[in-house]
Design a protein around this ligand. Sequence first.
Ligand code: NAD
Length: 472
Amino acid sequence: MPDKTFLESVGRYFDAAAPHTGLPDGLLKQIKVCNSVYQIYFPVKIDGEVKVIEAYRAQHSHHRSPTKGGIRYSNHVNQEEVVALATLMSYKCAIVDVPFGGAKGGVRINPWEYTEADLEKITRRYTTELIRRKFIGPAIDVPAPDYGTGPREMAWIYDTYRSFHPDDINAAGCVTGKPVSQNGVRGRSEATGRGVFYGIREACNQQELMNKLGLTLGIEGKTMVVQGLGNVGSHTATISQDEGGVKIIGVSEVEGAIYNPEGLDIHDVIRHRGEHGSILSYPGAQSFGKDERRAVMEFECDILVPAALENQIDADNAHAVKAKIVAEAANGPVTADGSAILAERGIIVLPDIYLNAGGVTVSYFEWLKNLSHMRFGRLQKRFDERNYQRIVNQIEETTGKSISERDRQMIVHGADEIDLVRSGLEETMITGFEGIYAIYRDQEGVNDLRTAAFALAISKISNDYISLGIWP
Ligand code: NAD
């Protein structure tokens, strides 16, 4: 029977992993259900007319506080979608050891149809509704960007929250993904895409996995196709090209798709779209119009990165996927039926609940920064630099040789905030991969990385319930 909704797919993934955890049914049920959903309708005056806006905030699990998850602005937002996304957030946080429960918000609008002033009105009103019901706060529930939202919306949320709580010294921790000038953290915008890159790189470093796929070891030289050049897709593509030596050969956006097996310079493609408003007609590439944009899923490549929306690979097109690795940068881009077909065909899926966890990881760093009221690196940077200088001086004196000015600068450089954030993210993605891969490799009956990831998440959440005494 084909799966009907995104939520149903998430439920099926959970059910497939649950038996591998050895946990009792009652505890599994508590970990599976969504604890609370707040549905709101509120009026906003736009162009002299009152529009009634539908919005949600779902908190899937309170085993840790605060709850955490993005806010999505899209025409397709509905309760089931928000609950499915909140559910994924709980598992995601568990996998990467971020001490939050899962949550997600959604506003049912097409953000590209509204002016900036209208979006500000909607965002501030939505935030006010969340404040009223205590669905937001640095110790309660902390939103972040998702599809259709970004640092600008997060700054409005922060400002609205702050004006209702002028005496809350931790108010900046009520939302993450804020601009750096508004108590954000350096490296948050790129974090999800950078995390996706680290995750793919880890998978490509597994000899056994690469042998299975008939691919060479390492990410360098692999070909990649990316669906969606928004926040996640553009950073995944640029970082994979610049730091991984990956060849981007296809991309798609709302207006269509382009493909060039010889390689595309992703920076130039992004520049072209900025100038012409479209990726189509990019020189030297084959173009597919809006109606054919789903063809991107069938482009020949090593790594396919869906980075737009859910349900992009399903029972209809999973047979036609030619990639060896499907890297779920978006949430829920492959349905449960699609996933089963890909598994049968020997295609490796790097699951969303691990692969796109870089965003929430760096959001956690931002929240910590807000609670500590200090930029990362401020205490130790100069101290470290002085020490490194002394060591280099000593080595030069002892050996009688001197190093180049460029090398000296590299060695003595103390860590800035961006260095620490990237390093913390890299460590998190490597450790997360190791945890999932160990279950996939060693546990009998676990045949895919998604089941391994769900089993890991469920076990970690159950430990909280048991050790906190929430579960008898
Ligand atoms: P975004 O709004 O910045 O970008 C999405 C892009 O996809 C847009 O450029 C849009 O035009 C494009 N798009 C929409 N429909 C398309 C289609 N049919 N074909 C091709 N392109 C299409 O959103 P984002 O923040 O990059 O989020 C993308 C996905 O990643 C979502 O599933 C989101 O839940 C997930 N995600 C985002 C973050 C984050 O930090 N932003 C974190 C984790 C997961």
